[in-house]
Design a protein around this ligand. Structure first.
Ligand SMILES: *[C@@H]1O[C@H](CO)[C@@H](O)[C@H](O)[C@H]1NC(C)=O
Ligand SMILES: *[C@@H]1O[C@H](CO)[C@@H](O)[C@H](O)[C@H]1NC(C)=O
Ligand SMILES: [Zn+2]
Length: 529
């Protein structure tokens, strides 16, 4: 009589009986039973494990412990309550199961307890607490779960044990139709986490990811035998603690034959004495990108922190002055600054400024409207006389690459104060105004040889202009291809740049001051004031 009622509640059919029975017999937890029965609707997984277990037992006709389903349900409920209370001071799990031990205390040998003890309100609260503690602002979140690699071995062992029964359900069912632990975990946890956060949207895709990681040290060695059956699958990689990554284990399991597997690993998987433990919850919001243009008015400000042997040479930098207020507002944990070229510490950048973009890593408050971004810009402007920022805007990761695209084809204009050894008259420098499209051969400057490869690079000066100052000084205007070394063009760099200003004027010349007047990159787009 009950059989028909429960068959409606659980999407199981008569022909699943043998499979359910086999799974329960070696201690599979109710949710793992559902997984191996390929139950692909979420609702049954969300029900309490005690209730599920009871129903599964009744389904296979193993409900003879008590005379009625009602009484048996009550008994297991109180058992669960007792277990929860004991949870504050957990009892040692290394007991030898005896007749009086409630079965549900035993750890599932397939999911190592993840779908038993861990899929509950307590974990949901822990997740919600982590998000609240870090004070994230978000529209939605995606829950991710990282499982111990050896879980794949147990899953495989269980599959080998029951595959005849699974296939008996239907000709087409295979290992891929078994519901993944990950999937079942999410089905149960998503709504619990959502509730714990007061109704937040827990979805399958979001820029905000909250990760739960499970480990199970007791069985870490379970997958080590795979290294003998597939040595190629386990190559050491730089930043992994262990070669037994989930991916490598999956790959090795795809290659191993059933016979080989059974030689090395028991089937069904043996019962562990302890349950998986969850590590700290990890929250990560994907990067936000912000771009703009900066002016630099100071001749003693490096673009990025200037360190020599780990010691700071200048108290600040363009990057830090810009990043400070932005990081604070977005509450990001780090940043990555890039710009369209860079200027030397003693060079000013005037005009419309130099395009820059920043990746903001793990922003806790990722969304701002135009007015709010303008306020950030104002804060930067008012924080120092050394720099100014304009056209500040949130951009996409893809748009950022436009700044670097074809950088070498772009032009830049400069104004330099030049000293001449020889006494000059206005007429001596007038001819410079007529020089167009002058190609230079620039050997990598001595001062940057430590970070750039030695090469001769052709660079074009599109036009020049001169403005007489006094008998030993004039202002030189230059419109050049991006990437031209201006200082070297003026002083010659011991003949490493040819032709150079010394050759053109037939006297020693040096550069005293340099300003960037414009960087002709049409990104980011201007923001109307
Ligand atoms: C910064 O950007 C570079 C190049 O795009 C990248 O290799 C690096 O991983 C980034 N750093 C961080 C902390 O994201
Ligand atoms: C910041 O300074 C730039 C350059 O002077 C100016 O164009 C921009 O309007 C200023 N922005 C704000 C919000 O103060
Ligand atoms: Zn399980």
């Amino acid at each position: 009589m009950y059989g028909s009622v429960f068959a409606v509640m659980l999407p199981l059919k008569e022909k699943d009986k043998a499979l359910v029975e086999k799974l329960l017999s070696f201690g599979c937890c109710p949710r793992c039973v559902l997984r191996f029965c390929c139950v692909n609707v979420q609702a049954p997984y969300k029900r309490p494990t005690q209730e599920l277990l009871q129903e599964l037992k009744e389904f296979i006709g193993d409900d003879d412990k008590t005379s009625t389903g009602e009484a048996s349900g009550d008994k297991s409920q109180s058992g669960a309550a007792a277990e929860q209370e004991a949870g504050e001071a957990p009892p040692p799990k290394r007991f030898k199961p005896d007749e009086t031990e409630p079965e549900e205390r035993l750890v599932c040998p397939v999911c190592l307890g993840i779908l038993q003890e861990h899929c509950d309100q307590t974990l949901a609260s822990k997740v919600a607490e982590a998000i609240k503690t870090e004070n994230y602002v978000f529209d939605s979140l995606v829950l991710s779960v990282s499982l111990p690699a050896q879980l794949c071995v147990r899953e495989h062992s269980c599959w080998l044990h029951v595959k005849t029964e699974v296939r008996a359900k239907s000709l087409v069912l295979g290992k891929d139709d078994v519901i993944l632990v990950k999937e079942a975990f999410k089905w149960v946890m998503q709504s619990l986490v959502s509730k714990a956060l007061g109704g937040a949207a827990v979805v399958s895709k979001s820029a905000f990811e909250v990760g739960v990681e499970f480990i199970h040290p007791e069985t870490d060695k379970d997958c080590h035998f795979l290294a003998t059956t597939c040595p190629d699958c386990f190559k050491p990689t730089k930043n992994k603690e262990s070669v037994f990554t989930r991916m490598a284990v999956v790959k090795a399991l795809e290659k191993i034959t059933d016979e080989q597997f059974l030689k090395h690993y028991p089937c069904p998987p043996p019962r562990p004495s302890s349950c998986c433990v969850s590590r700290d919850v990890q929250c990560l919001h994907t990067s936000v990108f912000i771009a703009g243009r900066y002016n630099k008015f100071c001749r003693s400000l490096p673009q990025t922190p200037w360190l020599i042997n780990g010691e700071r040479r200048m108290e600040s930098s363009v990057e830090e002055l810009i990043a400070g207020p932005i990081l604070q507002t977005f509450r990001a944990t780090g940043f990555n600054f890039s710009s369209s070229g860079r200027e030397d510490v003693d060079v000013r950048t005037l005009g419309n400024g130099r395009p820059f973009a920043m990746e903001l890593i793990n922003p806790h408050k990722p969304r701002f409207n135009r007015d709010q971004v303008k306020t950030i810009q104002q804060t930067i402007n008012e924080s120092s006389d050394k720099i100014r920022v304009r056209d500040l805007q949130i951009v996409s990761r893809e748009a950022m690459s436009r700044m670097k695209e074809g950088e070498e084809d772009k032009t830049k204009t400069y104004r330099a104060l030049v000293w001449t050894q020889k006494h000059i008259e206005k007429d001596d420098i007038g001819f410079l105004n007529d020089i167009k499209e002058l190609t230079l051969d620039q050997k990598t400057p001595l001062r940057v040889l430590h970070r750039r490869a030695l090469a001769v690079r052709p660079r074009v000066i599109h036009s020049m202009s001169s403005e007489y100052k006094d008998s030993h000084h004039f202002y030189l205007g230059l419109k050049t291809q991006a990437g031209t070394y201006i200082k070297e063009f003026v002083h010659g760099d011991f003949g490493r740049t040819k032709p150079n200003m010394c050759q053109l004027l037939q006297t020693d010349t040096d550069i005293l001051e340099l300003d960037v007047e414009s960087v002709d990159v049409d990104w980011p787009p201007p923001i109307p004031e």
